[in-house]
Design a protein around this ligand. Structure first.
Ligand SMILES: NC(=O)c1ccc[n+]([C@@H]2O[C@H](COP(=O)([O-])OP(=O)(O)OC[C@H]3O[C@@H](n4cnc5c(N)ncnc54)[C@H](OP(=O)(O)O)[C@@H]3O)[C@@H](O)[C@H]2O)c1
Length: 265
């Protein structure tokens, strides 16, 4: 990982990670603990700090005495994404102000404000709340995780096809490497700005599908589904990638796949 982020604080911090059991969050928790911080794992099913961002339950107890909050919670369900990430951010920031938390780290997505999809609209609203929320903040924008690409391909392969729309530029990153950039931000002073972290290769959906099919030895047709309209234009224009990131991972998709256990047939 080549990061330009500087300004690491010294000493042990008390850090709460909302969504600390998720794809990204669990690596953030490991990384922060390895760096000597005291870390609390917050999620609905956390044994230690059960918290529900969609109701605010558990937040007061979970944030007492915290220096930093990392928000790595997520929902992709149309029914709950707004309650978790927009209303949830509002609740989280209210509780942080009451607890005197000094730094809110929001995990977001490269280009979310430039790609017209409901999930990205929610992420853009979440970012706006954070920037106006009265708690010193840092937003870490990551590109799509290798884990997301792999699970998206696995979801359609049973029907013997893989979505491989032409020209969709992506720059995916392993969640473990994105987590290092998030941990860097959490251990630094708030930068009141956005930090971008991307994967090592600028590639496209078709190349990722081809690599996944080869690595998993699954037979499936690559389906060049057309993506019309503004969404298609934004994806083909490379709005989900970044030319000038602050940090860049080193593990490409094929290398990441080679290190993963084979998926169940
Ligand atoms: N996936 C990607 O490719 C990608 C790329 C760039 C950025 N991001 C961003 O990275 C962040 C983490 O994404 P992820 O893919 O790691 O998410 P994930 O694997 O779906 O994990 C979601 C986490 O949020 C917790 N959670 C869900 N609803 C909650 C609620 N109401 N209250 C409290 N906790 C709740 C879950 O635990 P419980 O179920 O126990 O509550 C879990 O720990 C998100 O901000 C996402 O936008 C993701």
């Amino acid at each position: 990982m080549n990061a330009k982020n500087t300004g690491a604080r010294t000493g042990t911090l008390d850090i709460a990670v909302a969504g600390g059991t998720g794809t990204l969050g669990r690596h953030v928790v490991e990384e922060l603990r390895a760096r000597g911080h005291r870390v609390r794992v917050l999620s609905r099913r956390s044994a230690q700090y059960p918290v529900d961002l969609s109701t605010g339950e558990g937040l007061v107890a979970a944030l007492a005495g915290c220096d930093v909050v990392v928000d790595a919670a997520n929902s992709t369900s149309p029914r709950s994404m707004r309650a978790t990430m927009v209303d949830g951010t509002r609740r989280l920031l209210d509780a942080e102000r009451a607890a005197g938390v000094g730094h809110h780290v929001c995990v977001s997505i490269v280009g979310c404000d430039r790609v017209p999809m409901p999930y990205y609209k929610v992420k853009t609203e979440q970012e706006a709340l954070v920037t106006a929320g009265g708690v010193p903040w840092t937003i870490v924008r990551a590109t799509q995780f290798h884990e997301l690409a792999a699970s998206a391909f696995a979801a359609t392969v049973r029907a013997r096809f893989l979505l491989a729309s032409k020209g969709v530029t992506l720059q995916p990153i392993a969640a473990v490497e994105a987590a290092r950039a998030v941990a860097d931000a959490a251990g630094s002073a708030p930068c009141l700005g956005r930090i971008e972290v991307v994967g090592p290769e600028r590639t496209d959906l078709r190349a990722l599908a081809t690599a996944w099919r080869a690595a998993t030895a699954r037979s499936a047709v690559l389906l060049p589904v057309p993506l019309p309209g503004r969404l298609g234009r934004a994806l083909r224009a490379g709005h989900l990638a970044s030319d000038h990131p602050h940090a860049r991972g080193t593990i490409g998709f094929a290398q990441w796949l080679a290190a993963e256990p084979a998926p169940q047939k």
